[in-house]
Design a binder for this molecule. Structure first.
Ligand code: NAP
Length: 264
């Protein structure tokens, strides 16, 4: 038995959707680099939850504090992963933020716009560039025939308008194009790229707007008539990492209870 274990970097993995993705990857046998920016206690809880789901003694789970919005932070994620795990097999770009205050587009500040764009759009674009340049410049081979993978966690806000958080919508719409661009560029390298588009998911991000979304869901905005759970997204990403979509790339996987279905 070899001690080499496929390794996935999950950004924003201390809480919510990133935590569920990390747990799902642990169940699949991956080592997981758990990235966070501030919440060390929560990140260490994700490490423990992954430990409970390990399938092999060779798997490792570590938390790394790094801001995906900065070049320094992204470099830290790569160097720490390579020094502690020795390899990178997949990257899940999950870290994301909303505006501090939801306000009408007529009052959206440039500062808020730049903040959200740097975390939600610039961060995943350039972190992916770092990982891809590692894969293309080194003599590294994927452990599994399923190959290397990149996943972008976007949102229904990639296409649905919320005029009180325009910066978020613009960032997710842009990230959807980033996913397509990398998919087109990396197909020839045998690297698959997927966009996973969550709907309304019960996490810290949606706590403040819970009463509004409770109302909308009970009024039928989500055909499956329930909140999404972080685990709903985790299991979708697990399926991608498992190699269950061998003849797909640039695909968008909606995890939204049917929200995207247009009806008349
Ligand atoms: P969350 O509960 O607010 O968690 C956000 C995570 O991102 C935390 O782990 C946080 O780390 C991390 N993070 C924030 N800024 C970061 C930065 N600059 N660098 C590195 N990590 C950073 O959010 P969530 O609901 O799980 O959302 C995860 C992703 O899903 C986001 O991209 C979000 O846009 C997307 N999404 C969410 C929903 C939803 O309804 N919840 C719907 C669609 C899409 P700390 O704990 O250290 O702060």
């Amino acid at each position: 038995m070899t001690d080499a274990v496929a390794t996935v970097i999950v950004t924003g993995a201390s809480r919510g959707i990133g935590r569920a993705i990390s747990r799902a990857a642990a169940e699949l046998g991956f080592s997981v680099m758990i990235n966070y920016v501030a919440n060390e206690t929560a990140a260490e809880q994700t490490v423990s939850l992954c430990e409970q789901r390990r399938t092999s003694k060779y798997q490792k789970f570590l938390a790394v504090k790094a801001d995906v919005a900065t070049d320094q932070g992204r470099t830290r994620i790569i160097t720490e992963t390579l020094s502690k795990f020795g390899r990178i097999d997949a990257l899940v770009n999950n870290a994301g933020i909303g505006p501090r205050v939801r306000d009408d587009i007529t009052r959206m500040s440039e500062e808020s716009f730049m903040r959200v764009m740097s975390v939600n759009l610039g961060g995943p674009l350039f972190l992916t560039q770092n990982v891809v340049s590692y894969w293309l410049s080194k003599e590294v081979e994927p452990l599994s025939p399923a190959g290397f993978k990149i996943v972008f966690i976007t949102s229904l806000s990639a296409y649905a308008v919320s005029t009180d958080r325009a910066e978020y919508c613009i960032s997710k719409s842009g990230l959807s194009m980033v996913s397509k661009l990398w998919a087109a560029r990396l197909a020839q390298e045998g690297i698959q790229v997927f966009e996973v588009r969550p709907g309304i998911i019960d996490t810290d991000m949606t706590t403040k707007v819970k009463p509004k979304y409770d109302r909308l869901i009970s009024d039928g905005i989500v055909p499956q008539k329930r909140w999404g759970k972080p685990e709903d997204v985790g299991v979708a990403v697990k399926s991608i990492l498992a190699g269950n979509f061998p003849y797909s790339t640039g695909e968008v996987i909606n995890v939204d209870g049917g929200f995207h279905i247009q009806t008349l």
